[in-house]
Design a protein around this ligand. Structure first.
Ligand SMILES: *Cc1c(COP(=O)(O)O)cnc(C)c1O
Length: 393
């Protein structure tokens, strides 16, 4: 072979290498499907589970490894795996830990797609999925069967906002775990972003995050993560992660990395704004209850005070029962700064009405439920917006 390549080959193989030693703040974005090995021996000795080296783009690049390490750091965990969405992270946990014949417990107020997945597992995969009262606390012990392998928790629950007694649930699960047959406790810790609730310090085995929310903060990316301290667990989670082909895009990983330095400042600002708006709403005659964990109307408020250090921007209210769904829908439609849409954690405030009576067992409130996500706008402007929208009731 001569040194002179044809143009076609030169377009693919270039001899140029940029000088080493480039340094800058952002984590580099590595795009790759194929990852190159130095030689055949290096290829043959690869270990996809050992994050000391690279195997294939799907199983990690320096960009995704860095994001995983930083997310584990935030929660005080040792291991982290990324998933293409928060829901995919939930599915990774279920598929890693459950097989036909096993039993799964989920709280009645869990993020609804988690519950839908549990239903699917029980209809088609031979797993029993049972729903428990989120305020059950130590009483969960009575529900744990010899085949119970996983208890999902969420703090607070999506939409209805009850704060569960996670330490009590973890103690019950530990008491019923035997050698090789552990009852694992997983938490959907998205609401507190791992900042307001230190899951592992309260006995939880797996913390799941929808990075779509506060970590990204931009309303522009979907991603999830599963974090743990347990070596056996990470091995099982890695198998599920690999077998299900859970890759994330390099640019998306970069967007989440870009959000992290400001995450606590944003979270605290969401928290302060939400408490202002929630406290104002509590004084309004149109509102029967404010379901914000930092306010006493919220079931589990005392547990929140005991176990949590922050609250973020998400809470719900129950309107006085004299207002019909049509009226509260009109209230939501009349808001100007609050947009109508799912998700949260971005700069924009959002508002969604939920038909809570059809979502929960034994729900006794008759009033309409509306959920607010307080963004980063000035809370006084948000209050003024709510005030003008309340006038249409
Ligand atoms: C948004 C959300 C999820 C799912 O995250 P996606 O990335 O949207 O799939 C899971 N749990 C909770 C509590 C959430 O708010």
């Amino acid at each position: 072979m001569t040194d002179r390549k044809s143009i076609q080959t030169a377009l693919i193989h270039s001899d140029y290498a940029a000088p080493a030693g480039f340094a800058a703040m952002p984590v580099a974005i590595h795009h790759a499907s194929t990852v190159l090995f130095k030689n055949v021996a290096a290829m043959r000795s690869r270990n996809w589970q050992d994050k000391s080296a690279y195997t294939y783009g799907l199983h990690g690049t320096p960009t995704t490894f860095t994001l995983e390490a930083r997310l584990a750091e935030i929660e005080g965990g040792n291991h982290c795996l990324l998933a293409p969405s928060g829901l995919a992270a939930i599915a990774m946990v279920d598929f890693a830990l459950l097989k036909a014949g096993d039993d799964l417990l989920i709280p009645d107020n869990v993020y609804n797609p988690n519950r839908e997945l549990a239903k699917w597992l029980s209809q088609d995969f031979g797993i029993s999925a049972r729903v428990y009262d989120p305020l059950i606390g130590a009483g969960i012990a009575e529900l744990i069967q010899p085949n119970t392998r996983l208890i999902w928790t969420e703090a607070p629950g999506s939409v209805s906002m009850e704060v569960p007694d996670i330490p009590a649930i973890c103690r019950a699960a530990q008491a019923r775990s035997v050698q090789g047959q552990k009852v694992y406790v997983a938490i959907d810790n998205t609401w507190s972003a791992g900042l307001g609730f230190r899951a592992f310090e309260h006995g939880v085995d797996i913390s799941m995050q929808a990075l779509t929310k506060y970590q990204s903060g931009g309303s522009d990316v979907l991603m999830g993560a599963v974090i743990t301290r347990d070596k056996d667990l990470i091995h099982r989670l890695e198998l599920a992660h690999m077998r299900m082909g859970y890759g994330v895009g390099a640019d998306d990983a970069y967007l989440v990395l870009r959000g992290l330095p400001t995450m606590k400042l944003r979270f605290d600002a969401h928290d302060a704004g939400a408490r202002k708006v929630a406290t104002w709403l509590k004084e309004r005659p149109e509102i029967a209850r404010v379901l914000h964990p930092a306010l006493p109307d919220c079931p589990g408020h005392e547990i929140w005070r005991r176990d949590f250090s922050g609250a973020g921007g998400l809470f719900s209210v129950i309107f006085d029962e004299r207002y019909t769904e049509e009226q509260t829908d009109r209230f939501v439609d009349s808001l100007k700064l609050f947009k109508i849409g799912f998700s949260w954690g971005g700069a924009h405030s959002l508002c969604v009405p939920y038909r809570i009576q059809g979502m929960r067992r034994n729900w006794t409130d008759k009033g309409q439920l509306v959920r607010f996500n307080i963004g980063l706008e000035d809370p006084l402007d948000l209050i003024a917006d709510i005030e003008q929208a309340l006038s249409v009731l």
